[in-house]
Write a protein that binds this ligand. Structure first.
Ligand SMILES: Cc1cc2nc3c(=O)[nH]c(=O)nc-3n(C[C@H](O)[C@H](O)[C@H](O)COP(=O)(O)O)c2cc1C
Length: 374
């Protein structure tokens, strides 16, 4: 039997991946004020085309779900054109790319949204800490409006339309952001969902929104183009899940039989999601094991694959300053550290100006590094 490693290929739905390294979604605030990705976004992702699969930063499906100023959207013709330049650059460089659809729900502030509206979430529960507003400022979180059933239907429709827009823009698929405190997670978690209607209360109520979004997007673009990210128990941005296991088990049981492209699952110290949920998910599984502290190492990724719990591993921070991360894994070249000062600025500096170790980007040498056989 051949050993499964980060550098072994994998058939993910309709895509042939040359390796099992997924670039994890990372928000970088490189959009124009209207949410159109700036020209260097195409350079940034094309430089990282050596990843088995790239998942973009979170993208709002409609301005109703905008969680931050200069975060990109996938709603207007300008957005679609902007993203088409990105997907064409990545495909020309030999890569594959999914768009992460990120509806902010309660996240966001009237001063960080194009529509200037108070954000809406499952219930009127604000984030506990100050939030980012435009131009680098911070402000106390506002109390979100509790979504009406009509708001919920609109949000579901927004995801589906954004998924169609993503396909029109040339993406290979979409990842639904059900993790890290965004809208789908807000419905799943107990401190952000106090609803007593069919979208809250019981476990069945909490998972209903996630299931409706998945169903709508699957209908819009097909299950083979739909991935889902979950981070059970992740306390980011004030989320509290006292007992995540029954909720996520029920969600995966309800999804069983939907042949999604993949489930992207984050482990953390509070709840061993990978071990607990793997038996309930028969489809492709992307693991992320970096949410607790230091960036995920090559060794940690190899250990996850060797344990058999996941098929692919996602890497976030290591990709920031190492566009040729897969090449560096292949050659053992050391990893560079990223420049924190430019993590969330808007220009090319500290973004698309990190050189590859070898002097050429992975796209130009990818074929030379593909494993000969497995
Ligand atoms: C700068 C930055 C931005 C991030 N933005 C997102 C995002 O938009 N969507 C998301 O699902 N996760 C986001 N994450 C979480 C990463 O996808 C990943 O789970 C995390 O960095 C842990 O993996 P790592 O150890 O490989 O960095 C972000 C992380 C970082 C460092």
């Amino acid at each position: 039997m051949t050993e499964t490693t980060l550098l072994s290929p994998y058939s993910l739905s309709v895509l042939d991946l040359p390796n099992r390294v997924v670039m994890a979604p990372m928000t970088r605030y490189r959009a124009a004020e209207d949410g159109t990705p700036l020209p260097h976004v195409a350079d940034y992702y094309a430089q990282r085309a050596g990843a088995g699969l790239i998942v973009t930063e979170g993208i709002w499906p409609s301005s109703r779900g905008q969680s931050g100023w200069r975060i990109p959207g996938l709603e207007t013709a300008a957005h679609i054109e902007g993203w088409r330049a990105v997907t064409e650059a990545v495909h020309a460089a030999g890569g594959r790319i999914y768009a992460q659809l990120m509806h902010g729900g309660r996240q966001g502030h009237p001063l960080s949204r194009i529509d200037g509206d108070v954000p809406r979430g499952p219930s009127a529960v604000p984030e506990p800490s100050p939030v980012h507003i435009r131009d680098g400022g911070k402000a106390d979180a506002v109390v979100p409006l509790a979504m009406t059933v009509q708001d919920i239907r609109q949000a579901v429709a927004d995801y589906a339309q954004a998924a169609r827009n993503a396909v029109e823009a040339g993406f290979d698929g979409v990842e639904l952001h059900g993790a890290n405190s965004y809208l789908i997670h807000q419905f799943l978690a107990d401190n952000t969902n106090h609803r007593t209607d069919e979208y809250g209360g019981s476990v069945e109520g909490r998972i209903r929104f996630a299931l409706e979004v998945v169903a709508a997007v699957v209908e819009a673009v097909g299950p083979e183009r739909t991935g889902l990210r979950l981070s059970p128990g992740n306390p980011q941005f004030g989320m509290v899940e006292h007992d995540p296991a029954p909720v996520y088990r029920a969600l995966l049981d309800a999804l069983d039989g939907t042949p999604l492209a993949y489930l992207h699952l984050t482990d953390n110290d509070r709840y061993p999601a990978l071990a607990d949920l793997r038996p309930r998910w028969r489809g492709p599984l992307v693991a992320n094991v970096g949410e607790n502290g230091d960036p995920t190492t090559r060794e940690a990724g190899e250990a996850v694959l060797a344990s058999g719990v996941a098929d692919l591993v996602s890497y976030g921070r290591s990709f920031l300053a190492n566009p040729d991360l897969v090449d560096r894994f292949a050659t053992g070249a050391p990893l560079s550290a990223f420049d924190e000062k430019h993590l969330y600025t808007h220009g090319a500096q500290g973004y698309s100006d990190y050189p590859p170790a070898s002097g050429s980007y992975p796209s130009e040498s990818a074929s030379a590094l593909e494993p000969a056989s497995v």
